[in-house]
Design a binder for this molecule. Structure first.
Ligand code: AMP
Length: 191
């Protein structure tokens, strides 16, 4: 299996690039943000719990997202691989993912981290908020909190994969095609 962690701050372009990568490499897209938004829409218990955190730009508790991811992996075990988008977002999640994959005789192949500076992220998210309808993309204060949470709780996940020699930084600025080309080159180098 080709298992990629597509990493980066909110607004780095993970969703856009994941959509292309799943097409090219025939992978299953696992976006915890998308799964959580679907749970909120369905008004499930999990959705109700997650909503309060998401509205403030805080992280949903590790136990909730780890359980969600395991369910999705288990229902796609015959896939050619997975793209993890927006997960893991804490070192505890990264550890839990490694343990979970090892149990299933699987592992992460590569972590690709899209790098974009904060001013560009805020600009992109406010623009996305205009037509995505996502409340957390429409309020500059919430956006800034999400970037703050990323720097504090999520960025350390880089060290986790760097220590396993699986980390690769990719410039997330340029045209969608250019960025996609950089990601494909990095994947093809390890495939
Ligand atoms: P995203 O669509 O990835 O930007 O995620 C939107 C929101 O969902 C985040 O601001 C968090 O509140 C929540 N979320 C998504 N993925 C995770 C995760 N792996 N761990 C904790 N919270 C998450």
């Amino acid at each position: 299996m080709l298992n990629i962690v597509l990493f980066g701050p909110p607004g780095a372009g993970k969703g856009t690039q994941a959509a292309r990568l799943i097409d090219k490499y025939e992978l299953v897209h696992l976006s915890t943000g998308d799964i959580l938004r679907a749970e909120i829409k369905a008004e499930s218990q999990l959705g109700k719990e997650a909503k309060n955190f998401m509205e403030k730009g805080e992280l949903v508790p590790d136990s909730v997202v780890i359980g969600m991811i395991e369910t999705k992996i288990d229902s796609n075990l015959s896939a050619k691989g997975f793209i993890f988008d927006g997960f893991p977002r804490t070192t505890a999640q990264a550890l839990a993912l490694d343990t979970m994959l090892t149990k299933k005789h699987l592992s992460i192949t590569l972590m690709l981290a899209l790098e974009v500076d904060d001013d560009e992220l805020i600009k992109r998210l406010l623009l996305r908020g205009k037509d995505s309808g996502r409340a957390d993309d429409q309020d500059q204060k919430i956006i800034e909190n999400r970037i703050h949470v990323y720097n504090k709780e999520t960025a350390p996940v880089i060290d986790f994969y760097d220590n396993q020699n699986k980390f690769k930084a990719v410039t997330g600025v340029g045209s969608i095609d250019e960025i996609f080309g950089r990601l494909c080159n990095a994947i093809d180098a390890v495939k």
